[in-house]
Design a protein around this ligand. Sequence first.
Ligand code: HEC
Ligand code: HEC
Length: 190
Amino acid sequence: MNRLVSLLFVLPAGVLAQEPPVAEGLAAWSRIYEVASHPRCTNCHVGDSGRPAWAALGYDPKWLHGMNVQAGDSRIGAETVLCQTCHITAASDNATPHAAPQIDDAWRLPPVALDWRDKTSGEICIQMRNPETNNGFEGQELAAHVRESAFVNWGFEPGGNRVPAPGTAEELARDIEVWIAAGTPCTADP
Ligand code: HEC
Ligand code: HEC
């Protein structure tokens, strides 16, 4: 027994700390996709149309943002009406149904490269592992950023009787950690 204990001491840490297998990474990815494809995320994660959506708010599922709101190249509505005119930058419990959501960050659309609307699991997976299409994050930085994002945290606790994204921001960040540690596998990979 003593010999076994001392043997464990001399083994390099990497031999014991096995990389999570690809299957575990793919299972984590499928949970990440359930979140990323949820309307609380895809209503903002739209492409160069610059039109945020109002899916899963009780209107037609394909309903775009009312009042013809356009985010423009600025992604904050600088060319027309600023998002901040209605989405005030201040933390709120967003208790009133159908009021404009408010968070402690300037409400805006993500860069066009983070367009996830109507995309497949394989497509979003390939986008999310590439720093050119994940807002510049390498390795585990992505998980750290997701944990802190006011946008992501709002999606899990949106208030106002809105359907939240499944799980919690912490669970999402842990799934991202597992997926990255497993080498960011995607179902579309050969
Ligand atoms: C109000 C619009 C909005 C909503 C809603 C939103 N996002 Fe984002 N998201 C952004 C913006 C803007 C960025 C670019 C990063 C930034 O500027 O903070 C971003 C970036 C990201 C990134 C890239 C890493 C990063 O943090 O920059 C991920 C991953 C992400 N969002 C996930 C989500 C998920 C998951 C949800 C739903 C639970 C969600 N987002 C909901 C606006 C939004
Ligand atoms: C004139 C006021 C107004 C302006 C300007 C405005 N919004 Fe909104 N927005 C609202 C209201 C009100 C809601 C809530 C609609 C509902 O719940 O029925 C909303 C909801 C949203 C949603 C849906 C959130 C969810 O629950 O999934 C997104 C996304 C959004 N806005 C993005 C934007 C962006 C991006 C801009 C700037 C380009 C913007 N909005 C500008 C009033 C506004």
